[in-house]
Design a protein around this ligand. Structure first.
Ligand code: ADP
Length: 423
């Protein structure tokens, strides 16, 4: 059992888990993120573990089963407090999964009260009088009302949560939060006396989250986006420190693998090419008809002689028009899978060639690369840009430093800046 473990976190998706881990590290915790529920005890000595599930949109019964499995593992590692992390846009439907998973965790922990707040003011997500804002507009005017899987047509989180919860849902509003710990605790006591089991909490600034933190000290279960995390480490005597984000010294060769086609990533690819560093585009059409393995070998043969001189870039990143054309030819899912598999094989091949500092761009692309590298746990290190930290991981081909950049994150010079941050 890991004696030092304080916080056990369960995240409902992969990049959301990294986002939470990044906030915890910035607030002073040493954090490991696991891909799914590990089948072995935790090896590292850390303050928090984030178990990354893919449970956001699967059937509620399965999300509950996976979350309870994660809970049991975290408890076995000695976690003193449990944090259920969901999206800052509260992605869910009346069937779940936020409400059902919250209640299942409450039942398992034997706790009769918890909070629910996706507030993450640093990212423009604020909660006021129970209403969630995304930037300057209510959630249901933000585009989220048209989400294909979790359309959010009501910004009132008390109503949204009540629709998926048997326990009565209440509100701790901004006036109470502004008064700090004593007032928040008093409000919690009053809500409990009324039989309320879950309270949505207002927060419009980081200051609100820091006021909320101390009032959550003895709460067995906290449910939130990644924002609430900034106020928790102080409860355990931890404060921001360089040590929290310290990783082993970086060694080995450097490479970037990019499968994201977002605007930001297109600009990052262009910026990298403009520096004159070697870059090779993969054309999805050249992967068709079983040509993928041969192409991967060609890419690796191209990369090998360049690697000793600095980072190389292998990318399928393309403009929206080019992507549409490929998708029309191959089908959306087929094109995606073909490219993901090829880039993952390239990533694995590069690591076999001695690359130990790897930047991966794209959420799905990251999932494929992490799998191909056989990575099960990531130690979270220093932030490169908001939401994107360097990580260190044992992989099937030796340990690597890796960063997983989801599509729209990162400044234009991300692909070169990242290596400077690590140095
Ligand atoms: P993001 O984080 O920007 O959404 P993802 O990696 O999650 O990036 O998604 C990008 C998807 O597009 C992946 O499935 C990837 O395989 C696919 N893809 C990448 N390049 C191309 C391309 N040139 N044509 C068609 N699909 C592509």
């Amino acid at each position: 059992m890991n004696k030092g473990l304080i916080l056990g976190c369960i995240a409902d998706d992969f990049t959301g888990a990294t986002d939470l881990a990044n906030n915890l590290v910035r607030a002073g915790m040493r954090v490991v993120q696991t891909i799914g529920v590990p089948d072995a005890p935790l090896a590292a000595d850390v303050d928090a573990v984030v178990v990354a599930l893919k449970s956001r949109t699967i059937p509620a019964v399965e999300a509950i089963a996976q979350s309870l499995e994660a809970l049991q593992w975290l408890q076995a590692q000695g976690a003193q407090q449990i944090y259920f992390k969901y999206c800052s846009t509260f992605d869910s439907t009346p069937d779940g999964n936020i409400g059902p998973v919250t209640e299942a965790l409450m039942d398992a922990l034997g706790c009769d009260f918890t909070i629910a707040t996706p507030a993450f003011p640093d990212n423009g997500r604020t909660v006021f009088k129970g209403y969630l804002f995304a930037g300057n507009v209510l959630l249901n005017e933000s585009g989220m009302q048209n989400h294909p899987l979790t359309p959010m047509q009501d910004a009132n989180l008390v109503r949204v949560m009540q629709a998926q919860t048997k326990r009565p849902v209440g509100l701790i509003d901004y006036k109470t939060v502004a008064q700090g710990e004593a007032a928040i605790r008093e409000r919690i006591a009053a809500l409990r006396a009324e039989g309320v089991g879950v309270a949505v909490v207002d927060a419009t600034s980081n200051a609100d989250l820091l006021l909320l933190g101390p009032a959550l000290k003895d709460m067995a279960l906290v449910t939130a986006g990644s924002g609430v995390a900034v106020g928790l480490p102080a409860n355990f005597g931890l404060k921001p420190s360089v040590q929290a984000s310290q990783l082993p010294a970086a060694t080995g060769l450097q490479a970037v693998v990019s499968g994201s086609c977002s605007l930001a990533t297109n600009a990052q690819v262009a910026h990298f090419k403009a520096t004159g560093r070697p870059a090779l585009a993969i054309n999805p059409a050249s992967l068709m008809n079983g040509q993928s393995d041969a192409l991967v070998q060609q890419v690796l043969a191209w990369a090998a002689p360049h690697l000793k001189d600095g980072p190389v870039l292998v990318y399928s990143t393309a403009t929206p028009e080019a992507v549409k054309q490929v998708q029309a030819q191959l089908g959306v899912a087929e094109a995606g899978a073909l490219v993901e598999d090829a880039l993952a094989a390239v990533a694995r091949g590069l690591v076999d060639l001695g690359v130990k500092q790897l930047v991966v761009a794209g959420g799905e692309t990251s999932g494929a690369c992490v799998q191909a590298l056989g990575i099960a746990q990531l130690q979270i290190g220093p932030q490169i840009d908001p939401g994107v930290p360097w990580c260190h991981a044992p992989s099937a081909a030796g340990s690597v430093h890796i960063t997983l950049k989801s599509g729209n994150f990162g400044t234009e010079d991300f692909f070169t800046k990242a290596f400077k941050v690590l140095a």
